[in-house]
Structures are given as structure tokens and as C-alpha cells.
Design a protein around this ligand. Sequence first.
Ligand code: SF4
Length: 228
Amino acid sequence: MRQHPRTEDSRDPAERLAALGFAAYVDTLRACRLCPGVVPPPVVGAVPQARVVLIGQAPGPREREQGRPFAYTAGTTLFRWFAALGVDEESFRARVHMGAAIRCFPGKLPNRTGDRRPAREEIETCSRHWRAELRLLRPALVLLVGRLAIDLLVRHARLDEVVGRQFAIEREGQRFDAVPLPHPSGLSRWVQSERGRRLLGQALGRLAAHPAWRETFPEAAGPGAAAR
Ligand code: SF4
């Protein structure tokens, strides 16, 4: 695996201290059992010192079993999108911190037809984690994957209004750019529509052109890369 430039320990003491704080935070996250209605443990994709952070929606049962975000079919599609930018899954997981609107599997619907949508209170309770991650990591670029994640930071009524755009956000005392992406689930008709594919291509183009993305993946293709 290629060594990421930021893993060289050229950090100043303040950065090392922040890294220690992050490790302690991750222990706290793994131990979190605040929501009685979810199925623990929390799924953690922690990368200290990441300049790019991804916030997804909620883990599914496969993610919970494997203990890592986007471990199943939605992940296959998501990593195919990034592969179109010259970024493979292994590099992405090693260099991008992956959080979510809620970190535990919400559980199945009573009729077992799908996964339960997390309750508003659960999303609010779990917001302590992504908010802490913004403070500790101070990312320059945040990818918001799916409506639940986009709702955390960008007001919108429809995906068409936000996918393909970049937003300057100020939260938790940090300033960063946010790029919304649709959820890569095979159930999403939006992402399979012609308009959806075009807007997704624009969103991926914004990633490829962003300085933090280019710093994180210096070996990747330039901003001309497009979604497939
Ligand atoms: S969903 Fe979030 S806040 Fe709730 S128990 Fe899991 S990690 Fe903790």
C-alpha cells in the first residue's frame, strides 16, 4: 500500500496532542451505548489526521458484522465512484475518516422488509460523535453521503438542489467545504436517472478538483475524471 504523505511524523506538538485526543475519543465512541433502540456496537472507520471526512447515513447489518462502514453492496457502488477518480477502496479507507449520522445499526423494520430509519432523537444523540470528529480532525473537505447525512449540514428539499454543488460550512468552530453525494444504494432510483448520473458526475468532479482531495490522493486522476 502506498504511504500517505501525512502519515510521516512531521507533526508539531499541538498536532500530536490532537492525535492523542482523537484516539481517546475513538475509545469513547466504541464504548457508546446511549441509544436503547439500536443494535450496537458502533461502526468505526477512524483515520487520525484525515483532511477529508465522509459522513454517511447509518450502518446496515453487514457493516455491523464486519465492523467497518460501507462494507456491502452500497459500498461496492460508492468505491466504484471513487475508482473513477483514480482512488481505490484500500487507499480511501486508509486516508479518509468515515463517520455517519448514527453509528449503530438501527435494526430491521418490524415486517423485516428493510432497515429501520433512525429516530430523530437517535440522530440528535449520535450527533455528538460527528461533531466531536469535526472539532478533533478539523477537516478541509466533508463528503455527505445520502439525505440523512446531507440534512446534518445543508438545508435542502430535493437532492437535485444540492448534489453537484459545494457548500462553505462553518460548524463546531471549523470552516470546511461540504460536497453532497446521493446514497449509493441500489434502491435509489434518483442515482440511476439521467439527471442523477449527471449531477453525480459534477459532484465527483468537485471532489477531484478540491485541494484537500488532491492532497489526500496525490496519485489520483485530476479534475477531468468523471463518474461512470
Ligand atoms: S447510535 Fe450513536 S449515540 Fe446511539 S449508541 Fe450508537 S454510537 Fe452511541
